[in-house]
Design a protein around this ligand. Structure first.
Ligand code: HEC
Length: 157
């Protein structure tokens, strides 16, 4: 590796420190916990891309549809990824995911329905409707994270 200019090194060190917590959890997570972390990362990536696309003056409809489809597939699979027994080890999921299961399931179903609504709008509706549906999906992320994700993960979307 090339020698790095001295002025860049401290910044990289700070960044590494900032990311260490999450990265450590990722490396240590296994099985279904690792799978759901990857799925959530992908959900976030799709949401970001849709958000960006919807800001364009003439949004790329096919691209948005493909991403909405992927987001919906993850949403539909969510309860499986928080299976009973997957509540320990390196996870940011709050214990309430399992102890207040009915509430968690309600939010997971609401997310699934919102994602389905987005997908449907992306196929049949005009851009303002797609934007509205997307805003509703976004609200579901925050609602669920507020209640079911531990504070240690709060800097994440
Ligand atoms: C029904 C609940 C629920 C919904 C809806 C939800 N999440 Fe999550 N999300 C969680 C939980 C719980 C975790 C922690 C998982 C773990 O660490 O095991 C999480 C973790 C994450 C993470 C961190 C993953 C990692 O790498 O550690 C990201 C990013 C994320 N969610 C993004 C989103 C986005 C974006 C949306 C909406 C488009 C969303 N989530 C919708 C419950 C939800």
């Amino acid at each position: 590796m090339a020698v790095m200019p001295a002025r860049i090194r401290p910044r990289l060190a700070a960044l590494a420190l900032l990311m260490a917590g999450t990265a450590a959890a990722h490396e240590a997570a296994t099985g279904i916990v690792a799978e759901r972390m990857r799925a959530m990362e992908d959900i976030a990536a799709q949401a970001k891309a849709i958000e960006r696309a919807l800001k364009a003056s003439s949004p790329d409809a096919a691209g948005i549809r493909a991403r909405a489809e992927r987001l919906h597939a993850h949403a539909h699979d969510m309860l499986r990824m928080f299976a009973p027994g997957s509540d320990h080890g390196h996870t940011f999921a709050a214990p309430e995911v399992w102890t207040r299961r009915a509430d968690f399931e309600r939010l997971a179903h609401a997310f699934d329905a919102a994602a389905e609504g987005l997908l449907e709008a992306a196929h049949t509706k005009a851009v303002p409707d797609v934007r509205e549906r997307f805003a509703s999906v976004r609200r579901q992320c925050l609602d669920c994270h507020e209640r079911f994700r531990t504070p240690g993960a709060e800097r994440r979307p």
